[in-house]
Design a protein around this ligand. Structure first.
Ligand code: ATP
Length: 327
């Protein structure tokens, strides 16, 4: 690999709060090291179409506090094809771009790895997803903000639940990972938490709700991750409990996309700033196929392929805390 002079940055896959702070960090670090920075709009699709913009330290002012991504995000089926990636490579070469920083989730990293293998093009990943389902980092950018949004919403639901003796099923995001459900559930004092990693079983859910009722609780909150293993969606779960516990007035609330939006938390802004600096420093040093992450409050790098395949493990201790707290 030769000297790196011009670096492209893009956001890809699902957006998350703090992506703008990461873009800002990448751009300012490029300016600090006197490197040119190019923003790619709409992820890999924008790369294929050459939808580029020059980013300087000044034209990313006042974005650290903004949710979403100024570069937009997209999914691109064309980039999954060799023809699509060939077009993308040509666009990068025609614009004299020497390296790429991808802010996104594991799908976006997979695209980066495939592209690097085909064209030996330097790629560095920054984990930006609310799901926190990436190996090699304790936190992904956006996760902390999404958690706080979910807790805030559940607190409000609890006010109405306790006024009417209601049982609420609250669905939070997380198709494959229960991090938001487990942490928001414990943080908001949920009676039960249903996550994709653990099958609580419907009988145990009923037992637990009966126990909670007997212990004097007149209202309850059950937090359910989108991908819960019970085999029933949140509405079917509510129906099942209503049939078996007619004494409860059961309601469902799906938090949905509000969890992706909003002003990033201070934690996410600081995380994004730290990861962006390291990403540019790595690419300048001619390092490639790495993901920048955080472990024990230290910025570390992980092989990009390992970040994709390493899997994620739910914190068993937190599951135990949740069990004890619902006593
Ligand atoms: P989130 O975690 O929020 O879903 P993500 O980065 O995992 O984000 P994906 O939609 O899975 O989001 O991937 C984003 C894009 O990465 C895809 O639209 C596609 O363009 C590219 N991509 C994913 N997998 C591959 C692959 N195997 N080969 C080439 N490109 C890929």
């Amino acid at each position: 690999m030769g000297k790196i002079n011009k670096i492209a940055v893009m956001t890809s896959g699902g957006d998350s709060p703090g992506m703008n702070a990461a873009i800002r960090s990448v751009v300012r670090t490029c300016a600090y090291y006197s490197k040119e920075c190019i923003g790619v709009y709409r992820g890999y699709q924008g790369m294929i179409e050459g939808d580029f913009t020059t980013l300087t330290a000044r034209n990313i002012n006042n974005i650290i506090n903004k949710g979403g991504t100024i570069l937009k995000s997209a999914r691109s089926d064309e980039f999954r094809t060799p023809e699509g990636r060939k077009k993308a490579f040509k666009q990068l070469k025609d614009n004299n771009i020497d390296g790429l920083v991808v802010i996104g989730g594991d799908g976006s990293f997979t695209g980066g790895v495939v592209f690097n293998k085909e064209y030996n093009f330097p790629v560095i990943g920054i984990p930006g997803t609310i799901d926190n389902d990436i190996f090699g980092t304790s936190h992904t950018i956006g996760y902390d903000t999404a958690l706080n949004t979910a807790v805030d919403a559940i607190d409000k639901i609890r006010d109405t639940a306790s006024s009417h003796n209601r049982l609420f099923f609250v669905e939070v995001m997380g198709r494959d990972a229960g991090f938001i459900a487990l942490n928001a559930g414990v943080g908001a004092g949920a009676e039960e938490i249903l996550i994709p990693e653990e099958n609580l079983g419907l009988d145990r859910l009923l037992e637990s709700l009966v126990k909670s009722r007997k212990s004097g609780k007149s209202s309850s909150i059950v937090v359910v991750a989108e991908g819960d293993k019970s085999g029933k969606n949140v509405f079917e779960l509510a129906e099942y409990v209503e049939e078996n516990m007619p004494e409860y007035d059961v309601r469902v609330s799906v938090l949905g996309h509000m969890q992706r939006g909003g002003t990033p938390s201070c934690f996410d802004r600081v995380l994004a700033s730290r990861l962006g600096v390291k990403a540019i420093e790595m690419i300048i040093e001619n390092k490639t196929n790495l993901m920048i992450g955080l472990k024990n409050n230290t910025v570390i790098t992980t092989d990009l392929e390992e970040a994709i395949t390493g899997g994620h493990e739910i914190n068993k201790e937190l599951l135990r805390v949740s069990d004890i707290m619902s006593t």
